[in-house]
Design a protein around this ligand. Sequence first.
Ligand code: MN3
Length: 250
Amino acid sequence: MDKRTFLKTGVLATAAAFVNPFRMISNNQSIEIGVAELMLPGNFQLPALAYKFDALEPHIDKMTMEIHHDRHHAGYVNNLNKAVDGTPYLNMGIEQILGSVKASDTAVRNNGGGHYNHTLFWKLMKPNGGGTPSGRIADFINAKFGSFDKMKEQFNAAATSRFGSGWAWLCVNKKGDLYITSTPNQDNPLMKKIVKKDYGFPILGIDVWEHAYYLKYQNKRGDYVGAFWNVINWEEVNTQYDMAMKMFGK
Ligand code: MN3
């Protein structure tokens, strides 16, 4: 290990000891949740995209990506940092915030969900993505839903029937089973006090707020949902699945 590597590793180790990405979230299990590396308590940051704004064209257009990331997501980050200030949430990572937020804590609920959901969403997409699922998740989808197409049907139905703004999700529940659900606004399946029986770990999700598709698709949400299947990063879905199983001790 050269000096530079050593310094970097040393700094990271110190930061890890301080920030502790392995957090207690449920059943006293320490887990590293999907997007923990970007979630420092009280000082949340807008994560950089791993691809250019136009990289998901023609399925998701450049201007939508730019506004969505630089303005909408940035707004959730800024407002979350303000909302946690002076509250017990200040010392929590985002995953712990989602696990403990109450329905009445509106600003933390909306902006905490907004930050987590979008951070995950960017990671779940990539240029030249899509196709049929690869890796371990392919087998689990077939076993649970019968086929990939049947899973898509259910997911599309959840995404298109969500009234108003929200998200559709493919999740893992406490038993390690896959299920599909949707949440309003910026709620998230990790918000156990809010989603109750729908509690679980989201491994795939689509933003169905109009800001996610209106510039290109206008009122045709179904076309946007259909196009989403062309940009999915299945490697990341597999990674999220592994984290879910770890979180639930499976
Ligand atoms: Mn959005």
